[in-house]
Design a protein around this ligand. Structure first.
Ligand SMILES: [Zn+2]
Length: 383
């Protein structure tokens, strides 16, 4: 199962980095070949090179961006060689995963041991562009993701990642909950870089997995006025279960009037858009008080429009956020461990096997979206 190799001595974050060399063994993987084409198939098992760590996935979540690729892609997945990984579709899926270390490449720090329980932070970055030089690996000009852009993914029996991508788990954080660290880090990071202060009131558009991650990040900081706007009755219930103080419905309520009423006639300090739809954003802007901020986390499928005067005349700000930076994963892991994110496990609504990913994972998320938050796929370390 393990075959040591050190033939590639380049730094893991360098543009000279290459995909992990392959062994002669086969393994199972779920690979995305193109629109509506996801296959459970045998591929070559990767070798662990210098500066790399080989992990047996334990649990892997299916993400909204995986679904977007499946339904309408490839869009995030490269069809011409990715500037860092050099890979194109077909690619192994899975970027929200935990696992067990099975092999350490040459030069990996002594703190790591075979058998360590870990979670993988999937951002791939070049380390030398302007954004990376500023420490903003999430904004790397060449960025990619393990599980979307190459270097394998969590929906396989083995994955090899650079040492920098691996984070140790405390004993009291389960490997299943650890697969939620990635989506939780998205919400955590958005709250971190927003101007939110503990006494602020907040509006969240959308009660999907990222909206629920933002609710949890705000509750962990002690926010006591979280208003969620959501249409689906099941997602409204989830929003309440995860700690929203008020849940409103844009098809029934006048969002602007309702938010002002809940906020002493003014509006919220911060609105987090986790839905990415035009009518929602239009209302959210007007529900923000003067000098408040609209924070956009959603991935938009289309170009949106807004009226600059709605921002200018009330001195409102706009902030775009992208995934997470170094530090966010540690903070989320610590917050799960010390109980500040004690509801995280409730995000797991279904558990499936690797060979069920297409029907029980992707099809369920497409057809039964409202009842699902996170579907976790069991990896070979859990067998
Ligand atoms: Zn970069």
């Amino acid at each position: 199962m393990t075959t040591a190799t050190t033939q590639d001595g380049s730094l893991p974050h360098s543009t000279e980095n290459k995909p992990a060399p392959e062994t002669s063994q086969q393994m199972k993987a779920v690979r995305f070949h193109g629109k509506e084409d996801l296959r459970f198939e045998d591929i070559q098992e990767p070798k662990c090179g210098a500066g790399q760590i080989k992990v047996v996935p334990a649990w892997c979540g299916i993400c909204g961006s995986d679904l977007h690729e499946f339904i309408g892609g490839p869009s995030l997945c490269p069809t011409t060689p990715h500037p860092i990984t050099g890979e194109t579709v077909p690619l192994t899926f899975g970027h929200e995963f935990s696992g067990i270390i099975e092999e350490l490449g040459e030069g990996v720090a002594e703190k790591w041991k075979v058998g360590d329980r870990v979670v993988v932070q999937p951002i791939i970055y070049d380390g030398d562009c302007g954004a990376c030089q500023d420490g903003l690996i999430n904004c790397c000009y060449n960025n990619g993701f393990v599980g979307l852009s190459g270097w394998g993914g969590g929906l396989s029996e083995h994955v090899v990642v650079p040492e920098y991508a691996v984070y140790q788990l405390p004993d009291n954080v389960g490997l299943d909950v650890a697969a939620l660290v990635e989506p939780l880090a998205v919400g955590w990071h958005a709250v971190n870089i927003s101007p939110f202060k503990i006494t602020d009131s907040v509006l969240i558009l959308g009660g999907g997995p990222i909206g629920l991650a933002v609710i949890q990040a705000l509750r962990a900081r002690g926010c006591n006025k979280i208003i969620v706007s959501e249409i689906s009755s099941m997602r409204k219930q989830y929003a309440k279960d995860f700690g929203a103080h008020h849940v409103i419905d844009p098809t029934k309520d006048d969002i602007v009037a309702k938010v002002r009423e809940l906020c002493d006639g003014t509006g919220v300090h911060v609105a987090f858009d986790c839905a990415g739809v035009q009518p929602g954003m239009d209302q959210a802007v007007l529900a923000i008080r003067a000098r408040g901020t609209l924070v956009n986390i959603a991935i938009w499928e289309k170009t949106a429009t807004f009226t600059p005067n709605d921002f200018n005349f009330k001195e409102r700000g706009y902030l775009g956020v992208a995934t997470y930076v170094k530090g966010d994963f540690e903070e989320v892991i610590n917050a799960i461990s010390d109980g500040r994110l004690d509801n995280a496990h409730k995000m797991i609504t279904k558990r499936i096997e690797l060979d069920q990913v297409l029907e029980e994972g992707f099809r369920t998320l497409i057809n039964d979206k409202d009842n699902q938050v996170k579907i976790l796929v069991k990896g070979s370390s859990e067998k």
